[in-house]
Write a protein that binds this ligand. Structure first.
Ligand code: NAG
Ligand code: NAG
Length: 215
């Protein structure tokens, strides 16, 4: 009888440890009972994860930055391609809320900070540490038709935030000046042509009577 119980316990233990993996994130490590998964996001800093859900982007970015610093493998697929909207700033070491949401202000461990939207994409000019960012509100998207949850394939995700981007024209000044100069030159050239045309017209109309007299 004792042997049977021991065997039963052993099978349960094997079953439990076999199930203790993270389906949604290959860099995560799991152990313990109950099974707890986590990923390294800094030296000696383990971020706990709930692998029943998708891992929040902020944790993914933090883990990737850590791996890049450590010279470990990073993403091979999923890099921006021509069908994706590219975030030109590239990735940074983000500050995450405990929920996995991005903090509104990001500094990438430097003194230069900027505000992000809920996808962690910069939405303001860069500033110093005193920069103030509006708090991020993230709405949950769960579409339904006649009370039935909608299943979708080929999803294109747009993040739409309450706070719109607030880029200033600072970086564009050169281009704007060039456009203004071109417009002014075009207008000046147009006026000159008009003036010359008028003068010629007037010239003809003055010349006409004289010709008549001569005849
Ligand atoms: C993980 O997420 C699932 C689904 O949202 C939830 O039911 C479960 O309680 C969560 N587990 C933990 C440990 O928070
Ligand atoms: C954040 O800092 C890292 C180096 O620490 C750098 O490689 C990366 O380009 C920076 N990202 C941004 C968006 O500034």
């Amino acid at each position: 009888m004792k042997i049977w119980i021991a065997l039963l316990l052993a099978t349960f233990a094997v079953g439990a440890s076999a199930q203790c993996t993270c389906e949604s994130f290959k860099w995560a490590t799991c152990d313990g009972t109950p099974c707890q998964c986590g990923v390294m996001v800094g030296t000696g800093e383990m971020q706990n994860l709930n692998c029943s859900n998708l891992v929040p982007k902020c944790f993914l970015m933090k883990a990737e930055m850590y791996r890049a610093r450590k010279g470990l493998s990073t993403r091979t697929g999923g890099k921006p391609d021509k069908t994706a909207f590219v975030d030109n700033d590239g990735i940074y070491d983000p500050d995450c809320e405990t929920t996995g949401a991005f903090r509104a202000k990001q500094c990438n461990n430097t003194k230069e900070c900027w505000c992000v939207n809920s996808a962690g994409v910069r939405r303001t000019d860069k500033g110093d540490e005193s920069l103030r960012c509006e708090k991020l509100d993230q709405a949950k998207f769960e579409p339904s038709v006649d009370g039935q949850k909608l299943e979708m394939e080929d999803i294109l995700v747009y993040y739409v935030d309450e706070e719109g981007p607030t880029f200033t024209m600072k970086r564009l000044t050169g281009g704007v000046i060039a456009v203004i100069v071109v417009v002014i030159l075009a207008v000046a050239a147009g006026l000159l042509v008009l003036y010359l045309a008028r003068r010629r017209e007037r010239g003809y109309s003055k010349a006409e009577p004289r010709e008549m007299e001569a005849m």
